[in-house]
Design a binder for this molecule. Structure first.
Ligand SMILES: NC(N)=O
Length: 701
């Protein structure tokens, strides 16, 4: 690979990094490969995938029965099924966000990053998911302000820009869910296969089927409640691993012993591009490029995914932003804490005879499939560790796939079925069709993961390619709910030309950096960053410039008039809204109450009539929520992207034992606080409802 040092550019920086560093896949090229020895019997794999899946389905049935009996919400209403009647409180929404955003990749890919280039990997993985959730808090406030009745973000696009833009973003929305479901199932199936020997194709099919059953029974509110159970188990297992790795395991023993093992690993297998080849430094060229790729991937994964819009829509208006703020902060602990613990433990324990591929390290494909954390768990806790990692990955897969299933069923029902085939569909029909689509998607997701697996695509590949294919849609979608001057021409030009430029940058970047374009080099972080950054920035630039050439003065009256869709609101109004520019008619309904109140001067503190719990919120309140979210996300971004990592990067600091101990203590404290937000807050804020149910049950007996 020839490297030119002529001139200074991002491309030449990436090329030099790629040449001088041992990026994940090439670092082990010369290493012998050993089989990853399964620690558990196949029956355990089937037991967890089928048994736990059906346990949650039974739990969901019971919860749904309780909900129907003791609350005024019933999942047989379409509003309740897809939007939880827009009344979910911030703790539970926060927990749902953490649960939906904790993918198999969050645990496995972050650990791969830690295993491959050290302490910076988990930090950058955390940054690459947290800032997006915080920034999405601003979007969530705008959704409440400007499109409170919407079920999907595509409905907003349709009302504002008509059919062409709607179809384009429908494509992006489905592409996002395809990439995410593929990543979730491949990561989950690879882990189950490695730990138990369970057939990978069987795992790809059985995982989504169990999930579909409980989603059908419960709808969105029930998945929030299952998310709570999943998150509880997730945090308990993470705390358990902290205790083992940093405390009681004979293999690692203590934080100090982990430090010594990592120092030795840096001497045995130095990381090229890290100061002194150490795993204990933030000065990691690979880490930095990985961080950029992760940030791009994270923007696409949040902003193009109906699952996050759905949670914004489902929450009570004043809670939305608070929930995203708490969700972002809480989620950060998962990749940062988990991967700092198990990913680095895998690197520290490569020479331990109990390491599943001993005497060799993980191979290229084992690393890319995300097996660093399972390997470490197997060493520190044997079969118990293997079961714990199996459970934690299974929980991550089920909660995230359940969110994707509800999301995809909303896209099918509201954006395809009702928009283009059955505009007069009743609420009951919407729920029935949602169920059909969930069944269809469960089967298709299994087929899709199997196709990807057969094509040699794995978790790592999808992780990097996600940012490449989706980033051109991020800014146009976001501006649709936020910017009154945005035009249809701007949105279409930005996302289409941005995508073309992103693809060109992908191919050219890959060719210039690696000298060859193939499946492996296209999914290198270096190629992914070239493409995703180009796609994101140019789509944004073109969208803004084209819009400013002939700016709109959109007052959001149309999007605010999108109506909630239970049968009562249908009776109120059947008036169709016309897209502002296209003149295409839209089947989305208006709500005269909301329309009238929102069409008044938006600078006054008028009251919005809002959903579910009958809560009333003024637009002035929502504006101040938006401002708070903007300040908070800016502050968080500056701290985690710049203030913490860059002084250590530029000073090339290698952690001392004392500082490593402090760093580990921070991961543990942060994870403990996240546990409080996700486990205690939802219980506290639902105490009245729980008392009601308990009293009701006691009366029944
Ligand atoms: N959800 C992510 N980016 O792990």
């Amino acid at each position: 690979m020839a490297v030119s040092d002529k001139g200074y550019s991002i491309l030449s920086f990436l090329r030099v990094c790629a040449y001088h560093t041992s990026y994940p896949y090439s670092s082990t090229l010369l290493v012998m490969e050993s089989e990853f020895r399964p620690l558990l019997d196949q029956s355990v794999g089937y037991g967890v995938v089928v048994g736990v899946g059906f346990f949650f389905a039974a739990l969901m049935l019971a919860l749904t029965a309780l909900q129907t009996k003791f609350s005024r919400f019933s999942p047989s209403s379409s509003e309740e099924f897809s939007s939880a009647s827009r009344s979910v409180k911030p703790g539970l929404v926060c927990c749902g966000i953490v649960s939906a955003w904790t993918w198999s990749a969050t645990l496995l890919q972050s650990s791969t990053a830690a295993y491959t280039f050290g302490i910076s990997g988990p930090w950058w993985y955390g940054v690459g998911g947290t800032i997006q959730l915080a920034i999405f808090g601003m979007v969530a406030a705008k959704v409440k302000m400007n499109a409170n009745g919407a079920h999907t973000f595509l409905e907003i696009v349709k009302v504002r820009f008509g059919t062409g833009a709607h179809l384009l973003f429908t494509f992006y929305a489905f592409l996002c869910i395809l990439v995410v479901c593929g990543s979730l199932l491949l990561g989950g199936a690879a882990t189950v296969n490695a730990l138990t020997g369970m057939n990978i194709i069987a795992a790809c099919f059985l995982l989504p089927i169990g999930i579909a059953v409980y989603v059908i029974f419960g709808g969105l509110r029930a998945t929030f409640i299952c998310d709570y159970a999943h998150t509880l188990i997730l945090f308990v297992i993470i705390y358990f691993f902290f205790g083992k790795v940093y405390g009681t395991s004979e293999a690692t023993g203590s934080i100090g012993a982990m430090y010594d093992l990592l120092v030795q690993a840096g001497k045995d297998t130095p990381v090229v591009g890290n100061t002194e080849g150490s795993y204990l430094t933030m000065k990691s060229n690979q880490g930095l490029v990985f961080g950029a790729a992760t940030i791009m991937s994270g923007f696409s994964g949040v902003f193009c995914d109906q699952g996050y819009w759905q949670r914004a829509i489902a929450s009570a208006p004043k809670s939305t932003t608070k929930a995203y703020v708490l969700g972002g902060l809480s989620w950060f602990a998962i990749p940062w804490g988990f991967a700092s613990c198990l990913g680095l433990a895998a690197r520290a324990l490569v020479t331990n005879p109990k390491f599943p591929t001993y005497p060799n390290p993980l191979s290229i494909s084992q690393t890319s499939a995300g097996l660093a954390a399972p390997a470490a768990a197997a060493v520190v806790m044997g079969k118990g560790g293997a079961i714990a990692i199996l459970l934690v990955v299974f929980m991550a897969v089920t909660s995230a796939v359940s969110s994707e299933m509800i999301a995809v069923s909303s896209l099918f029902t509201y954006d395809l079925y009702r928009t283009y085939f059955r505009p007069k569909a009743t609420s009951a029909e919407i729920v029935r069709v949602s169920h059909y689509f969930i069944c269809f998607w469960a089967i298709w997701a299994g087929c899709w993961a199997t196709i990807l697996n057969a094509g040699g695509v794995d978790l790592g590949w999808l992780f990097y390619v996600q940012g490449v294919v989706l980033s051109p849609a991020v800014i146009p979608i976001t501006l649709t709910v936020m910017w009154s001057k945005l035009t249809r021409a701007g949105v279409l030009a930005g996302s289409i030309i941005g995508a073309i430029l992103g693809m060109l940058a992908w191919m050219i970047g890959c060719w210039k950096i690696f000298g060859v374009i193939n499946i492996t080099t296209l999914a290198e972080p270096y190629s992914a960053v070239c493409s995703a950054l180009t796609g994101l920035l140019f789509s944004g630039l073109i969208t803004v410039l084209v819009s400013l050439a002939k700016p709109d003065k959109y007052d959001f009256t149309g999007t605010r008039a999108i109506a909630m869709y239970d049968d009562a609101s249908r009776n109120d109004s059947r008036e169709d809204i016309k897209p502002e520019e296209s003149g295409n008619s839209s089947p989305i309904e208006t709500s005269p109450v909301v329309d009238k109140e929102m069409s008044e001067d938006s600078t006054t503190a008028q009251v919005l009539i809002v959903q579910g719990d009958g809560q009333a919120v003024s637009s002035a309140e929502l504006r101040s929520v938006f401002k708070r979210a903007a300040w908070y996300s800016l502050l968080l971004t500056v701290i985690v992207c710049l203030v913490v990592p860059f002084p250590m990067f530029f000073t090339q600091y290698v952690f001392s034992k004392g500082f490593y101990t402090f760093w580990v203590a921070c991961t543990i404290i942060w994870a403990a606080m996240s546990g409080v937000f996700c486990m205690v807050l939802p219980l506290w804020e639902s105490r009245k409802e729980m008392m009601l149910i308990i009293r009701g049950l006691l009366r029944l007996n």
